[in-house]
Design a protein around this ligand. Structure first.
Ligand code: UDP
Length: 329
């Protein structure tokens, strides 16, 4: 199938592009390169450099390319920044998504895959998180994801849009070939930060909170390999062929790791110490978030290749070893 991958030069988008190619599909990339990396794009692919919210840009592409599916990975995703600049998040994550959907409607492209997030569940005691847990986001970022999910439901009913919302837990790891991986600026994610601290690229890692109601007092998260995430998207294509299909899946391994366990794993995999100190809680962090992934496993025949945190960190370490400063461009 022909897929327009919006945000295809970002962390998850670029991994999905490779998985699409491996599965015999034809991806095209649309990215504005605010956060994306040109070096993450395989040679020979068509790249449209521009704004997903500009209908005069996206509509001719959709008309010309006759794509079957639009995948949308192009959200802003810094939770903290979303609280200090909510308009930036509502503009990019909601307004521009509305315009992208409008361009799809104008050109009769009727299938959409949306990167949602476990943050839509907010701070809940219902754990593990299955798909029926009520959405109650509490950050502007999480709210933008929740709002797009709701909008997609309306579009399915009104226009027969078929869509899938994938709620990612902690996307991590890197393609095992070591050629692409995680490179955010600024970097805020635990695994790359711990690896950079181990390599001496940062003074130390600060552990945000040690008094959570968890076995070791640090937060529990569900780290899911970025290639496993990508393969779940591809596994949904068949179901999405029926107009008006609405799919929601929580994508995690279901096996949580604490911050301290991640640090220990990074030390184990790299053979290096991770200099760290204990700090206060980071505002907005929930004590625990992990998935009950059975729905995706059953309905999509999704198999999780990287089931343990060590196998995920190994791939991240391989990427960091060969690209200590991330992508060149
Ligand atoms: N974390 C930490 N120190 C850091 C970065 C992250 O202790 O410098 C913790 C954070 O509080 C959370 C976990 O690591 O419990 C994963 O954080 P990350 O930002 O990677 O993902 P999030 O769960 O916020 O999406």
């Amino acid at each position: 199938m022909k897929i327009l991958v919006v945000g295809g030069a970002g962390f998850i988008g670029s991994h999905c592009v490779r998985q699409l190619l491996a599965a015999g599909h034809e991806p095209l990339i649309l990215d504005n390169f605010v956060y994306g990396h040109r070096d993450s794009i395989p040679q020979g692919l068509t790249v449209y450099d521009g704004d997903m919210g500009d209908i005069s840009f996206t509509q001719p592409i959709l008309e010309k390319e006759k794509v079957d599916i639009v995948m949308h990975f192009a959200a802003f995703a810094y939770v903290g920044e979303s609280t200090t600049d909510p308009l930036k998040y509502y503009d990019n994550n909601i307004s521009k998504t509305v315009h992208l959907l409008q361009a799809m409607r104008n050109t009769k492209v009727n299938t959409f895959i949306f990167s949602s997030s476990c943050t839509i569940f907010g701070d809940t005691n219902e754990m593990p998180l299955h798909e029926d847990v009520p959405r109650q986001a509490f950050s502007p970022y999480g709210q933008t994801k929740q709002d797009v999910e709701v909008l997609l439901g309306y579009c399915a009913k009104a226009y027969g849009l078929s869509y899938a919302c994938f709620r990612y837990f902690n996307a991590s790891g890197a393609d095992p070939d070591g050629k692409i991986g995680e490179d955010h600026d600024p970097e805020t994610h635990l695994i790359p930060l711990a690896i950079q601290a181990a390599r001496g690229q940062r003074d130390k890692l600060v552990i945000f909170g040690t008094d959570y109601p968890t076995p070791d007092g640090t937060c529990l998260r569900d780290y899911i390999h970025v290639n496993d995430l990508s393969r779940a998207h591809i596994a949904s294509f068949e179901k999405l062929q029926t107009p008006g299909t609405e799919l929601h899946y929580n994508l995690g391994t279901g096996k949580p790791s604490s911050v301290l366990e991640v640090i220990n794993t990074v030390e184990d995999v790299t053979g290096l110490k991770v200099p760290h100190e204990f700090g206060p809680r980071r505002p907005g962090d929930v004590p625990a978030a992990y998935a009950y992934p059975e729905k995706a496993i059953k309905e999509l025949n999704w198999d999780i290749e990287f089931l343990d945190i060590k196998s995920i960190v190994e791939t991240a370490w391989k990427w960091h070893q060969s690209n200590p400063n991330g992508f060149e461009e």
